[in-house]
Design a protein around this ligand. Structure first.
Ligand SMILES: Cc1cc2nc3c(=O)[nH]c(=O)nc-3n(C[C@H](O)[C@H](O)[C@H](O)COP(=O)(O)O)c2cc1C
Length: 352
């Protein structure tokens, strides 16, 4: 077991379970509050949200729980966030739009919300914990959270990334994201393929080399899995895919139904939906984009370009064109209210 500071005490949670922040509508205030009320740490994935929406969502969570929760943001990299969208990447999407009966969309020329203003919204909302992925925010931002007593949580996919987070002296907790994880890769120091380290080697390395407490993420679906991660050095586990099929989760029904058919050999990493590598259920969009190999715009441009396709696919119940983010443990997902999933995880942890 870890000799690091007690993570549960630090985060104010009874169970060592973090519901992963999942941007894009999954982590509704109802889901966040249900997890926190059950003794875990609920998380609002606010990466795509405008500052006003973050403030409102935090108020909504607070109406449903007085327990701690966290807000998560995407650290921007140096890629373009304004200007004309890439015409060649957009042209490659025409066949999908045609099949969905979509017109050529008006593409916004601003692609992602302003990070500093998002962080300011989270700071003003007095959240107990703040987490981030895709990089490290500016020192001034980290310092502002720290000075307010907010627990700061960074994401690492390699030992070097974890040590870089620790070296800032402004991060309290590191989420170790194994290659099994659903959704976007948090890798920020190396090419994403080099950052595909399995959760178990990553946990063992961090156990040996990192002083900060570690949260294990990637493919964990059961209480036994949480217990195993903790034996390998984690102070808690972060589960994303396991919460996607909860009643309170905001993803479209067709996405939930497709997750129930998911298999360990059925996921793939793709840049085709957003421009950033992410793991999801392999479907026609991923396969045809891989086959055609067209230019793909960098994140967040590609994400903006495919927005109408993903929205229409959800409306029309067409999972073959949806981004079905999921981890390698997807076959173990359960259709339950979040409180029941939390109770099951607690029972299994005790048994495991
Ligand atoms: C649908 C989905 C959306 C995600 N969005 C985010 C996000 O907004 N921020 C973040 O830090 N991680 C995000 N992740 C990654 C999770 O934090 C975590 O690493 C992952 O869910 C763990 O693997 P698992 O899905 O197998 O449990 C997302 C994962 C999924 C499945």
């Amino acid at each position: 077991m870890s000799t690091r500071p007690d993570l549960g005490g630090r985060l104010g949670i009874r169970l060592p379970i973090l519901q992963a922040p999942m941007a894009g509508g999954a982590t509704t205030p109802e889901l966040v509050a249900a997890v926190s009320n059950a003794g875990g740490l609920g998380a609002l994935g606010a990466g795509y949200m405008q500052p006003e929406a973050i403030a409102e969502a935090c108020r909504a969570v607070r109406r449903l729980t007085d327990k701690p929760f966290q807000v998560n943001l995407f650290v921007p990299d140096s890629g373009p966030n304004e200007g004309a969208p890439a015409a060649d990447a957009n042209a490659a999407l025409a066949p999908f739009r045609a099949e969905l009966g979509l017109p050529e969309p008006e593409i916004a020329n601003r692609f992602a919300p302003d990070f500093a203003r998002q962080a300011e919204a989270a700071l003003s909302a007095d959240v107990p914990a703040f987490s981030f992925t895709f990089g490290i925010p500016d020192e001034a931002i980290l310092r502002a959270f720290r000075e307010k007593g907010v627990t700061v949580i960074g994401t690492a996919t390699t030992l070097a990334e974890a040590l870089t987070l620790e070296d800032t002296g402004l991060v309290d907790v590191v989420v170790a994201q194994g290659m099994e994880a659903g959704g976007h890769r948090g890798t920020f120091l190396v090419d994403y393929e080099q950052g595909l380290v399995g959760l178990l080697p990553l946990l063992q390395e961090l156990q040996a080399k990192l002083r900060l407490p570690v949260v294990a993420a990637g493919g964990i679906m059961t209480g036994q899995g949480i217990a195993a991660a903790m034996r390998a050095g984690a102070g808690a586990a972060q589960l994303g895919t396991a919460f996607l099929t909860c009643d309170e989760c905001g993803i479209p029904e067709v996405y939930k139904r497709t997750l129930e058919t998911g298999r360990d050999d059925g996921t793939a990493l793709t840049r085709a939906f957003s421009g950033k590598p992410a793991r999801g259920l392999r479907n026609r969009f991923i396969a045809e984009m891989a086959e055609a190999n067209p230019p793909i715009a960098p994140y967040p441009v590609q994400n903006t370009l495919t927005k109408d396709i993903r929205a229409a696919a959800a409306r029309q119940g067409r999972p073959e064109f949806l981004s079905l983010w999921a981890g390698q443990g997807v076959a173990l997902c359960r259709r339950l209210p979040a409180s029941q999933l939390m109770a099951a995880l607690e029972r299994e942890m005790a048994a495991g």
